[in-house]
Design a protein. Sequence first.
Length: 421
Amino acid sequence: MKKKYLIIFIVLFFLISPLFIISKINIAGNLPKYQQKLWGNAFLIFMELPDIIKSSFMIFSGKRNFSNLFNDYNVKFLPETQYLNLELYKKKINFSKSSRFSFYVEEYKNSLIIIKKNGEFFRAELNELSDKGKKLNTVKLQEKNLIKKGENNLNILDSLIIDNKIYLTKTTNEKNCKKLSIVFSEINDVLSFETLKEFKECALLGIGAGRIQYYKFNSKRGILLSTTDSDNDKPGTRAQDDKSIYGKIIFINLSNGDHEIFSKGHRNAQGLAVKDDIIISTEHGPRGGDEINRIIYKKNYGWPIASYGYSYKKKDLIYKKSHEKNFFEEPLFVFLPSIGISEVIILSDEFDEKWKNNALVTSLNGRSIYRVKFQNKNFDKILYLEKIYIGERIRDIKYINKLNIIIMALERTGSVGILRK
């Protein structure tokens, strides 16, 4: 019977999909409403072909029920959200061919700067984002001194623009020592990098997190940096060690590079947002337990002692659930199951009156944006979340005030995704 259903599904799928190819439709957000109602689920299947093939095999093997393919009751698909109609379109970047396009986006004056994780830089005119044409016209920027002699395996973890300088967090491998550093360059046609801070401590496992945000602390201009200390079923101990930089959020003085621990007990804070004195982070849990946290100076967020997630394979590896009872800070919100949480931004109230006191949380495996509504401007209590399906892994997100749009770094297609009203 399951084999029969699978054959019927495959036949229907290949009958329906040419309709979308002929119409040159890129995403569900460009469909008129009557077509969304008629073709909505079939179209989403078409856009997620690799996932559906995987799901089909799961059905055939008996590990999944056929009806689970359509369990999207009351989920809003673009352009419709609960309060706003949004338009989503994509501008493809002229990247070299790759299985996955991991990159970050920054606004600088009238330009969009694109930073690939491998250290390639592109520049485009900001106004091009208003044009729904498929390609984004970019100029490749040259760089110098990004990799020093003896370093290899460059990996860019985040980018930040302060005044006329671009700052990057990067990891390199030098003599089997994985190191984390922050470098910067004046923004010109050629980016010539200098080192703001290089941490001498070697990572025992891989280095993740690495998000950076500008922050003024005790009248000192600086950068907040998130670091990681985890590898699935191998939780480290450094997140609770005040002598280590790992598993922390760190403040780095821009004038001299001095640093101090701002908060600790973090597993892998993949997102960081600052508004005045408010700091919000998003953090990967283990199996389940992705978190949204309000970061407060000198507070301890519990990892690897407390987590609402579970071990992947080790049954004897058990995390305490209540943070408060164990003298740690409770998360503002926990995702169960995990969404593959990534970046977070505190959205400007200028975007729309209906979305005041909102943050936008992006996801990788979840391939969605989660609109987080806070109770007030203190951002210390979450009222609700709204899931907005995008259909791609989202590495980065920014709000562009000049155009009143939200842009996203979409990994599957190597495109800048644009959301506008």
